[in-house]
Write a protein of this length. Structure first.
Length: 178
């Protein structure tokens, strides 16, 4: 059976791993993500995969946006904190697309770029309780016939409690959380 899978790494950027908003939990998932991405390189011939990394992208945050003002300045375009983590990037650096987003989730412009009938959309990244859950919901809206899988061990939240709560909520919502 021929399958098309969309692999989406959410905001695997330096500011969320080792930078301003980084954490030990975020750092701990990096080797797991690289192992997973390495396994995809040897995928089944009956499966076509597209890989995309979303990138939280800000230009000049100020207090005009109440959500942006809640967080320290982060992921400012063309800074080291904005870049995808090198360990992760080294796996797919020649075969991946990048989608900049200035809010929590991609929007309908994403579907215009990645129009297709995906059998499955696999999501992992940072932070489970903010951008991962927001993108899972958005991908459901964009591709309602696709199976959406959240790779729980390849995600980290703002706290362990928030990570677990977001995973539970995504299960309740019907997402395939593994």
């Amino acid at each position: 059976m021929y399958m098309t899978k969309l692999i989406v790494g959410i905001d695997l950027q330096n500011d969320f791993i080792t930078g301003k908003l980084g954490s030990k939990d975020a750092q701990a998932i990096v080797p797991k993500i690289t192992d997973y991405l390495n396994s995809l390189v040897c995928n089944d011939e009956n499966e076509t995969m597209y890989a995309v990394f979303t990138m939280d992208t800000h230009f000049n945050q100020d207090s005009k946006n109440p959500i942006d003002s809640k967080f320290t300045k982060h992921c400012l375009k063309n800074t080291d904190g904005w870049l995808i983590n090198n360990e992760i990037l080294s796996i797919f650096n020649y075969n991946v697309d990048y989608v900049e987003k200035s809010s929590y989730a991609v929007n309908d412009k994403f579907k215009k770029i990645y129009d297709g009938n995906y059998t499955e959309i696999v999501i992992f990244g940072l932070c489970t309780d903010i951008c991962v859950i927001a993108n899972a919901i958005e991908f459901y809206k964009l591709y309602p016939m696709s199976k959406i899988t959240i790779m729980s061990e390849l995600c980290a939240g703002t706290t362990v409690e928030n990570h677990n709560m977001a995973l539970h909520l995504m299960k309740v919502m019907g997402f395939n959380v593994i």
